[in-house]
Write a protein that binds this ligand. Structure first.
Ligand code: PEP
Length: 246
């Protein structure tokens, strides 16, 4: 996995406050000494931290992303919501969309499609999460689910160059479980095939940690990792990155 761009995306979920940002000094220092030049490090904190984090990361190679966005391109009467234009304005360059934790709150593929289009228009790059639940896996519906997440979620989007896919089996998020290597390869190849001639980057997400990374990094059709829990601890996140690039 060394001669292509490798992505490491940190999804902090609903964790972190201004004090937490101090813990990033370690990762900033580390990012400056990485020998591997072709890597992207993207931090997606809660929206409240996007501005202070992007200021702090100004002179570094680390970029900032958001964890969700409203689908409206314009301002509007949507209490509690934030759109992509607003996220871009405070320093986000990426946005995670379609995360299973938001799908569980009622987001469907059609709504996610609107969100993706709105975010692209605002000039953000997308990290589009797709993946099957345990029930769907047991019922051998994985390909069917991935297929409609891609078909509906990316409907009418011709230029996918600013879309990164994160394959995140729902049953592996926060559980410590990861797919069997063969199953993972099959799903990634299936996704690549569905995306057509110019496949987007495809990341894997779900319980990535310092132990299983040794196994995951061997799958060279993966372009990087979306890391939740382990990314909240800079030591653990650095360990994952080191083990991947070394
Ligand atoms: C995630 O929330 O996208 C994720 C991959 O979480 P975790 O690494 O904790 O499983």
């Amino acid at each position: 996995m060394t001669n292509k761009y490798l992505y490491f995306v940190a999804n902090w979920k609903m964790y972190g406050d201004l004090k937490t940002l101090n813990s990033l000094d370690k990762i900033i220092k580390f990012s400056k000494i990485i020998k591997q030049k072709r890597f992207k490090l993207i931090y997606c904190p809660p929206s409240t931290l996007i501005r202070p984090l992007s200021k702090r990361l100004k002179k570094t190679k680390i970029e900032v992303g958001a964890q969700n966005a409203h689908e409206s391109e314009n301002y509007g009467a949507f209490t509690g919501q934030i759109n992509s234009k607003m996220l871009k304005n405070v320093g986000a360059r990426y946005v995670i969309l379609g995360h299973s934790e938001n799908r569980q709150l009622g987001e469907d593929n059609k709504k996610i499609n609107l969100k993706i289009k709105s975010a692209l228009k605002a000039g953000l790059k997308i990290i589009y999460c797709i993946g099957e639940t345990l029930k769907e896996k047991r019922n051998k519906k994985t390909n069917q689910v991935l297929s409609s997440q891609i078909k509906i979620g990316l409907k009418t989007i011709r230029n996918k160059s600013n879309i990164i896919i994160a394959y995140e089996p729902v049953w592996s998020i926060g559980t410590g479980l990861i797919p069997k290597t063969n199953d993972l390869i099959k799903s990634i190849l299936f996704i690549k095939n569905k995306l057509g001639k110019k496949p987007s980057k495809i990341l894997y997400g779900g319980s990535v940690n310092g132990d299983n990374i040794k196994k995951l990094k061997k799958i060279n059709i993966i372009d990087g990792f979306l890391v939740g829990g382990a990314s909240q601890d800079p030591k653990k996140f650095i360990d994952i990155i080191k083990k991947t690039i070394n």
